[in-house]
Design a protein around this ligand. Structure first.
Ligand SMILES: [Zn+2]
Length: 285
């Protein structure tokens, strides 16, 4: 008999690497209610980390758990962060608590003007004010305070299955970024990927001086905004321009950046979302 599989897109909560994995249907059919935990060994999704997936019986991913950052360790880190209060939490500390792709997505959302929500049940009273402040402070000043990071709480008694609640929520609010406290991205409203944000986080993590990592992120974003300004100037002074031609012009004008196709996509998306859709529409394929 042929075995049935379910294809799950799984993202490592520690480094963001994503891969589709075939999970045998039998794993899900064993349980009718509650959660299923699936162990993902090192090498299956990413080469550096092992972790667990929390899924519902229908095969919907509800969250991730990291082994080394199991409850005791997470608590320890929270304590550490409290002790570090004078210098503030680190980027790695945030990733350990919220997950790599949730942090990358929050930066993307804030930069491109999407609202973000952490979805959690009422009994899990998670304070996200510190997270909000940090993400806000990473974004260069003229583009701060544009979109919210907030919480959506649901009653676990009315909705015992989070997967079902997520389905209702995503059909009603399809233009917001949704995460949960289990390091899982429930919904990304954008079509562009978040490779850029993943890249700048990885660069920032390599700088180990405490306190400098968030500044490194801001410097990256400032450089992107410089490229955007230059593109804006070119677009304001032409009727239309091909993407290829614009890349050529930007490379001739900008000495510090090298514009390739993916950078161009970011610049175009930024102009479209944050400056003017009409201006972005002047860029032709
Ligand atoms: Zn990883």
């Amino acid at each position: 008999m042929e075995q049935a599989f379910r294809l799950l897109k799984i993202a490592c909560p520690s480094c963001g690497t994503a891969r589709e994995l075939k999970i045998p249907d039998s794993i899900f059919s064993e349980k009718k209610i509650g959660f299923i935990k699936i162990q993902v060994p090192q090498g299956a999704v990413c080469n550096d980390h092992d972790f667990m997936i929390l899924a519902d019986p229908k095969g919907k991913i509800l969250g991730y758990e990291t082994f080394d950052v199991a409850i005791s360790k997470a608590k320890e880190q929270l304590e550490e962060i409290k002790e570090e209060q004078s210098t503030g939490p680190t980027l790695q500390g945030l990733i350990d608590i919220y997950g790599f792709n949730c942090i990358a997505g929050l930066i993307h959302a804030k930069l491109f003007g999407y609202s973000s929500f952490m979805v959690s049940s009422l009994n899990l009273n998670k304070d996200i004010s510190e997270l909000k402040n940090i993400i806000e402070s990473i974004i260069p000043k003229p583009y701060r305070n544009s979109s919210t990071i907030d919480k959506i709480e649901y009653d676990g008694k009315t909705f015992p299955s989070p997967g079902y609640y997520y389905s209702i929520l995503t059909s009603r609010r399809n233009n917001v970024f949704l995460i949960n406290p289990y390091k899982h991205v429930i919904q990304s409203p954008w079509e562009i990927d978040i490779e850029y944000e993943q890249m700048i986080i990885n660069h920032a993590l390599k700088r180990d001086e405490n306190g400098i990592q968030f500044k490194v992120l801001t410097e990256f974003l400032q450089r992107l905004l410089k490229d955007v300004d230059e593109a804006k100037f070119i677009l304001e002074n032409c009727k239309k321009i091909s993407e290829k031609e614009l890349i050529k012009e930007l490379n001739a004008r900008l000495t510090l950046s090298s514009i390739n196709k993916s950078r161009m996509r970011l610049i175009k998306e930024f102009i479209n979302r944050r400056i003017s859709p009409e201006l972005a529409a002047k860029i032709k394929k």
